[in-house]
Design a protein around this ligand. Structure first.
Ligand SMILES: [Zn+2]
Length: 537
């Protein structure tokens, strides 16, 4: 039987250290569910500090159900001169709902001497107390041995003592970290093998690597081959500097090439979809050349390749693309298998027959070709289904809109939008100022239709992402705008695509408001008071 290797994802913590990476609380929750769907065993959500964003994240996660994954909270060993039970960080970890706590601690004598100036014996006591305290509080503890491979090279005896101390204090796993990402596979493999030998059987060892030497995944694999059974990494290899070990690549390598068991084949078939969804949420352009999941990973050019693949795929394809859900390339086509479309329709209270579902699928494919990405825009997707079932009712009819942006000599920029629309046979002309064209349009539109639809006051735009789809064309390229809106209960996404960034934004804006007014969404309103119904038309 294939040996099990556990996947430990740190996209939400280590991944967020990468340049320009940022996720809202809701997006983090969506990432967590996507990882759960992929079969990841542990999801590190960060430190549950009193910072409002982290607090909100842990509060939401505590109420979510995950099919496979356990949530892990991350923190540090106790401070030098404080008892573990009095250390604020450890108390926070103990009090948080997460069943797993990952503690990072020092292992490298050079670090102790030069950076923290903690006596090596005191450091061991810090490890021991901290792990024992959390275990006593009912937590499962993973000990992350920071700089382990540098530490082991300099003073193997002390580095091992750190691990043994954590294990004796009750840690269920000790993870060897190549924190600087500087170690090469040979050294990682050798050290891991010797650690396993020294610790004896029944000890679970993990591996956490970075890609500074271009060996993040290779180092992960060689550690597993030498006995590590838990793999830490991030989706698409996000992370500070050159990134963490790419968990999407490592997972496929471990399972499809090395024969370890990480996830079920059905979960593996979600790899491409999950990798792209997480990219989408992080507003990162998916790397087309990424192993297994990149758009080019199984693209064939040149007559001989194509002929070869047609005769026998093995001649030019190293795995069956279907194993990792590739070849279906974009999210939307797969999201819009007829069954999925019908399921979504039912969920939003509509019935859609086979023929209608086929039309939605065709429409989605067409939109996708033009740069839409409906996976991250569930609000727009709901509207699209309604257009097919005949249940779509626009909030208004547009006559025209116009935006003026004026920059003054003083450097001041002023924006003004005018919209002309029709609601219930009545014409509204409204002008509004805003801090940018989208904001001005939003203000003008809301002032025109806000009276008819009071629920709109509860809808806030919480996220605005712009992506240039064809970067080679520069300012003439197609722009995609993703907007997230929320009514305080639920968040949904809307999308617009156009060569004109303001038009793309407008389309996304209108979708976000219309989706927010759909039955089901419009029903809940702040304070639990039912909204005034929109007049029947
Ligand atoms: Zn790291």
């Amino acid at each position: 039987m294939a040996e099990q290797v556990l996947l430990y994802d740190t996209t939400l913590r280590d991944g967020m250290q990468g340049e320009g990476m940022s996720l809202s609380v809701d997006e983090k929750v969506r990432v967590a569910h996507a990882l759960d769907g992929l079969g990841v065993h542990q999801i590190e959500a960060g430190f549950p500090s009193s910072n409002p964003k982290e607090e909100a994240l842990f509060a939401i996660l505590a109420g979510e159900t995950f099919a496979h994954a356990d949530i892990a909270a991350f923190g540090m060993t106790r401070r030098r001169d404080v008892a573990a039970g009095d250390d604020p960080g450890l108390r926070t970890l103990a009090g948080c709902f997460a069943p797993v706590c990952t503690l990072v601690g020092k292992t490298w004598s050079l670090h102790l001497e030069k950076v923290t100036r903690v006596d090596p014996e005191e450091n061991l006591r810090m490890i021991e107390d901290s792990v024992a305290f959390l275990v006593g509080e009912g937590k499962r503890v993973i000990y992350d041995a920071e700089h382990f491979f540098d530490a082991y090279r300099d003073d193997d005896d002390y580095a091992l003592r750190c691990l043994v101390t954590a294990l004796e204090a009750g840690a269920e796993n000790v993870t060897l970290c190549d924190t600087n990402g500087a170690t090469l596979p040979g050294a990682i493999g050798g050290a891991t093998a010797r650690v396993l030998e020294a610790l004896g059987t029944g000890v679970q060892v993990g591996i956490h690597t970075h890609d500074d030497a271009g060996c993040g995944v290779a180092n992960t694999l060689v550690a597993v081959v030498n006995g590590a059974r838990l793999v830490q990494g991030t989706m698409n290899g996000y992370g500070e500097r050159c990134g963490n070990a790419n968990l999407t690549t490592a997972l496929a390598d471990l399972q499809l090439k090395l024969g370890f068991k990480c996830v079920t084949p059905e979960q593996m078939a979600r790899l491409t979809e999950t990798a792209h969804l997480v990219d989408e949420l992080c507003n990162v352009t998916p790397n087309p050349n990424q192993p297994y999941v990149g758009a080019n990973a199984f693209a064939h050019k040149g007559g001989m390749h194509v002929a070869g693949v047609n005769r026998d795929a093995r001649t030019f394809e190293h795995i069956d693309p279907a194993d990792v859900g590739a070849g279906r390339r974009m999210l939307v086509s797969e999201l819009s298998g007829k069954g999925t479309v019908q399921e979504r329709a039912t969920k939003t209270g509509l019935s859609l027959d086979e023929a209608g579902a086929s039309r939605v699928v065709d429409r989605v494919k067409d939109l996708e070709h033009r740069g839409y990405h409906l996976e991250a825009a569930d609000g727009s997707f709901d509207l699209l289904i309604r257009r097919e079932t005949g249940d779509y009712e626009p909030l208004f009819r547009l006559e025209s809109w116009r935006v003026i942006v004026e920059k003054r000599e003083t450097g001041r920029v002023e924006t003004e939008a005018t919209i002309k629309i029709w609601v219930d046979g009545e014409r509204y002309v409204r002008t509004a100022e805003g801090n940018g064209p989208v904001n001005a349009l939003d203000c003008a539109l809301r002032s025109a239709i806000g009276e008819t639809y009071p629920h709109l006051h509860d809808i806030e735009l919480v996220n605005f992402k712009v992506r240039i789809l064809d970067e080679r064309k520069g300012t003439g390229a197609v722009t995609r705008v993703l907007l997230d809106a929320s009514d305080g209960h639920e968040t949904w996404g809307a999308i617009g695509v156009s060569e004109n960034v303001i038009e793309a934004s407008w389309d996304a804006l209108v979708d976000s408001l219309e989706a927010g007014m759909l039955p089901g969404r419009a029903d809940h309103v702040r304070g639990g008071v039912a909204p005034t119904q929109a007049p029947a038309r």
